[in-house]
Design a protein around this ligand. Structure first.
Ligand SMILES: Cc1ncc(C[n+]2csc(CCOP(=O)(O)OP(=O)(O)O)c2C)c(N)n1
Length: 377
């Protein structure tokens, strides 16, 4: 059956990226005048991480469709801007995620098994199933917590950076959000605070064209999202979000500026959400397939692969091995996660307060006693 969409304007990559500076050209070669000349091992590491993220993402969607996990929200098509920006942060810096950034958390060192446990909410889930799948966090990895209400992470990242500045720590924070989140109160609060207090923060707006069913041109009357920085005295820059070298360069410069006392930067990373919003969404109801097809050709993984080819740094066999390796590792993680018991009932009450308050103690006791006997009628 033909599905009627609500979309009227198709944004091809050419249209969407008009005037945005890129580094990797269509032939895969880096523009010498903008090439950040990164260590080749780092470029390869980013590629491997992007492919791993893609393979994991696709498998998690399958698991959700099979009813083995309840939900997944992924980063299909956005791996370039997510991984390159995470790679551009220094080890001591903190990252505050939106919800599509599991690739950044793995980049920071969280073992894949821990992430898979989070998807199952089992007893080994670092947050013990207290949240939905894909609501990860990782203090150990200097990685904030995913929170469902749009935009909350922005004020957290700015506040955290302000605290670090007061304590004179050499620390920068970055925060991810979609262009839809620029319509939230939190965006304006965070931008104003960051501008006034010159916090060392890099605000990473993933402009992926859509906020669920709302196209980005209906999100604002501004010409760009980056220019929103002007009103707050915050530097705003756009970059090609599917060009790993362009993202790395832009973010790294912003990190260095922030660390040197130059204040915050708002970076609009132009990219595209190739999948539905989440596994709960069917984008065929609101967007035209031709748009998606045009963006498949601008896939950040294909783009970086072409660049690696020009450097003689990848072969088909090697590429296949990266995919096979993550596939095998993932299979094992899933097997283990499925064999792990659910968290104990008591975990609903523990680890929140140092001393459990009386009202929670009463609820805990009631829960532990099991179901109440049925009332007699
Ligand atoms: C305060 C609040 N309002 C609405 C929602 C429902 N919601 C979840 S994601 C989303 C769209 C966000 O789009 P965008 O910020 O562009 O990020 P993207 O999903 O494209 O990465 C909405 C409206 C929510 N989670 N929180």
């Amino acid at each position: 059956m033909e599905v009627q969409t609500t979309q009227s304007v198709i944004r091809t990559p050419e249209k969407f990226l008009e005037g945005v500076a890129t580094v990797i050209g269509p032939d895969g070669r880096a523009d010498a005048s903008h090439d950040p000349k990164l260590d080749r091992a780092l470029v390869k590491k980013m590629y491997v991480a992007m492919v791993r993220t893609r393979v994991i993402d696709e498998r998690l969607v399958t698991l959700q469709r099979q009813g083995r996990i309840g939900f997944h929200i992924g980063s299909l098509g956005e791996e370039g801007c997510i991984l390159a920006s995470a790679a551009a942060m220094r080890d001591q810096d903190w990252i505050f995620p939106c919800y599509r950034e599991f690739g950044a958390l793995l980049w920071r060192g969280m073992p894949l098994q821990d992430y898979v446990n989070n998807m199952y909410g089992n007893a080994n889930d670092p947050i013990k199933g207290r949240q939905m799948p894909d609501h990860y966090s990782g203090k150990k990895y200097k990685f904030g917590s995913v929170s469902s209400p749009i935009g909350t992470q922005m004020t957290q990242a700015v506040g955290f950076a302000w605290g670090a500045k007061i304590r004179k720590e050499d620390l920068v924070t970055s925060v991810y959000f979609g262009e839809g989140a620029t319509s939230s109160n939190e965006f304006h609060t965070a931008m104003n605070f960051a501008g006034v207090f010159k916090t060392p923060t890099v605000l990473l707006c993933r402009n992926n064209g859509w906020a669920i069913s709302v196209p980005s041109e209906k999100q604002t009357a501004s010409k760009t999202f980056a220019e929103k920085g002007i009103a707050y005295g915050v530097k705003g820059i756009r970059c090609d979000g599917n060009d790993v070298l362009a993202v790395y360069k832009t973010v790294r410069e912003a990190v260095e500026r922030a660390a040197a006392g130059g204040g915050p930067t708002l970076i609009e990373m132009m990219t595209y959400r190739l999948s539905g919003h989440s596994t709960s969404d069917d984008p065929r109801a609101y967007r035209i397939e031709d748009e998606v097809t045009s963006w498949r050709k601008a896939d950040p993984i294909l783009r970086l692969r072409k660049h690696l080819e020009t450097l003689g740094m990848i072969t088909d066999a090697e590429d296949q091995k990266i995919r096979d390796d993550v596939d095998a590792e993932l299979k094992l993680c899933i097997e283990r996660a499925e064999a792990t018991e659910k968290p104990a009932l008591s975990t609903m009450f523990t680890e929140v307060f140092k001393d459990m308050p009386q009202h929670l103690q009463e609820q805990f006791d009631e829960c532990a006693a099991g179901p109440r006997p049925k009332a007699q009628h």
